[in-house]
Ligand binder design. Sequence first.
Ligand code: SD4
Length: 338
Amino acid sequence: MQNRRDVFKTTLALSSLAGLAATSAGAASAGKPIVVSTWDFGVAANSAAWDVLKTGGHALDAVEAGARVPEADMKNHSVGRAGYPDRDGHVSLDASIMDEQWRCGAVAALEHIDHPISVARLVMEKTPHVLLVGDGALQFAIEQGFTPQELLTPESEAAWKDWLKTAKYESVANSEMSTYGHAPGSKVPGDVHNHDTLGMLALDAQGRLCGACTTSGMAWKLRGRVGDSPIIGAGLYVDGEVGGATSTGVGEEVIRNAGSFLVVELMRQGRSPQQACEEAVMRIVKRRPEAAKTLQVGFLALNTKGEVGACAIQPGFVYAQCDGNKTDLVVPSKSVFS
Ligand code: SD4
């Protein structure tokens, strides 16, 4: 149970967040393209998406192109090709994509394929289904022309073997350890194997809003574990009439609360993207106040007017925004705890 002091503290934290919202949450005018992505690696992803948007392309092509950037990045150990493996040493990837007409596709626990976002798009476009998992998703990818490969890099393998030395084979729900917003040397939740997801939302010149989400999930997770990222309504949701939302952080908490759907539904009811993200974060905090002290969940939202909002439980969550005027920029978002 949350005591009165905790409620007061979180209410206070959020009212100060509201004051900050106007200064750091981005906004673009209607009809003007914009793309936003979670985390600092969203900057490079936005750049690829912007190449599509600036020439009048479809937001769906933009988010797929953007998501493929961290998926191919050999230095990124939380998304795609070089993602850290599960506790048995298998790299398994989750991804989802959604367009402005409520069409969506996803893959979960997909192994041996380096671009899960493109497989997710093909699930959406070529099948009557929304979500393919595991061996079935792999079989579908191969049928669609993807070449299976070993995804475990020597670097990831070394990190995994290092983890095995002390981990007692226990899967732990770790949290991000971004240094953004933290005083040097301060203690933050998580460990060095932070798990970050690329969640991207794009609005094109014709007002079409689409989203993508891709991750290798938690490092050292149980084999078969699936997070929020490929679950439509949890890690990603887009309503072309209202806006879209995506999440990062401990997926189990996001799934429990249908997080991205909640953010979009709050926007439908009239909340700004910033208000909607804050309310969704607070729902998680209020339901599990003790757990929330040491875990991270962040939401990023974009509405069809091009307004942006973001909020996370812990400090450190950042997002990147590109709207043509501003060069890609990492903007610190609000958090419940400081
Ligand atoms: C998951 N939400 O698999 C993802 C991981 C993540 O920042 O976003 N980490 O739970």
